[in-house]
Ligand binder design. Sequence first.
Ligand code: ARG
Ligand code: ZN
Length: 496
Amino acid sequence: MKKTLLILVISLALVISACAPQQATLPPQAPAEVTAAPTQGESTTVPGPQTQVGPTTAPAGTAGEASIGDPYAPELGNTGYDVDHYTLRLSLDPEQTAISGHATIQAVSTIDQLDELSLDFTGFEIDQITSEPGGVSFSRPANKLQIDFPTPLAQGEAFTLEVTYHGTPTMEPSAYVPFVDSLGLQFDAETSTIYVVAEPDGAHYWFPCNDHPQDKATFRFELTVPEGQVGVANGSLVDTRTEVQNAFPDGRPGDLYIWEHNYPMAPYLATAAVGNYVRVESTSPGGVHLRSYVFPENQAYFENLSPTLGEMIDWMGAQFGPYPFEEFGYVQVNGLGASLETQTMVILSVSSGESTMAHELSHMWFGDWVSLDSWGEIWRNEGMATYVTQMWEARNNPDGLEQALQDWEQDIEANPSGYPLGSPPKMEMFGRDSYYKGAVVFHALRTEIGDQAFFQGVQTYLQRYGGGSASDPQFQEVMEEASGKSLDNFFEAWFE
Ligand code: ARG
Ligand code: ZN
């Protein structure tokens, strides 16, 4: 989805690439002009064996950058285009780590003369890539899928890529999540389930995408699962079909689950889960449709919890503005010592209860509806989720809230981490400071400017940046507007 910062970054990239000599941006292989097959009937005079393609004879194509410009995670995301919609068609059998996938990516060029772009994608074998307009070729630099267009696209021009792929996902640790073996698709043998954990850099381990929260899109999932099992994803379940013939490579039939999520979503928040789940459904008093997918032995627990969950989601709506998406719920998973705020369908560890449910639910507003411009700003996601959880738990006991926050602040002062809150070392992205120091900062801000300005500012922030992403300076700006005072000294003191 479009956003001002993205446009700024792109304009900057444009300026830079306009100044740089054309060859400097070309891949080390042969230049695109030479490898692209001439369109039929067209007489081209591109010299064959001669490798010097002078700037004067080269068509004025411009490559998108293979980085979206996040200084904390420069390897992620890409520029030159903006994805509008992903359709992911996947065959997933918990008994087999090999999957087959088909991703349709509908996007728009954001620069003029776009003739080369990158997606993030790791592993798998690509069977085929087709496109509209047609004729693209591709290559695979490390963790990227580079697409070359034979005819450059105009700024604003729509295009579609269809990537067919198969194989066993690459499983390697993420530098940001040292406590999980690998991100992307997870296979739990104990419960015979598949699910996805992708924060922050795992989405491209299960589908080709622009893997950064600055580029959000809507999603459709068509999940084929073994007969009798259940396929779960983000958004609303729009259709199911049984006895789908040849659903798996060995010819077995399967069941099809089609999900659609019609709100902008960052790729890392997309999820797919397959298992023997039971659906537990209810509606909050305020009218939010709740549906969770749980293991059969936990059905009664979740049914009993439905009123609490309804109360919780309405309470958060009252604090921050209405729940931003069409539905909400959890999908239980085993074997992961953590939970994840996958949009509208939270990955919930079997060992987690109400407070984790509150934490992940609050991320729907903080992290999902408004995303981070840079992963270095993770304190805004985790700090707010930690703070909101404490607010929920102390909703009838304001002294309890004050006490908890004071305890955390004392602990942080007594045991300083030694790194700045706004840029933790990668392996500390999900460390204590992001969660607890982050929460302490939000509470201190509320104390500094008062309840009225705090809640009004936070609501404005959600309205202004909802559906997109925002930066720390943009958050500060909104809070300054709401409070009518400069917060430079406040943020400098906490972020030094
Ligand atoms: N955002 C998650 C939370 O709600 C962090 C989970 C960390 N694990 C991971 N794979 N990123 O706390
Ligand atoms: Zn969290």
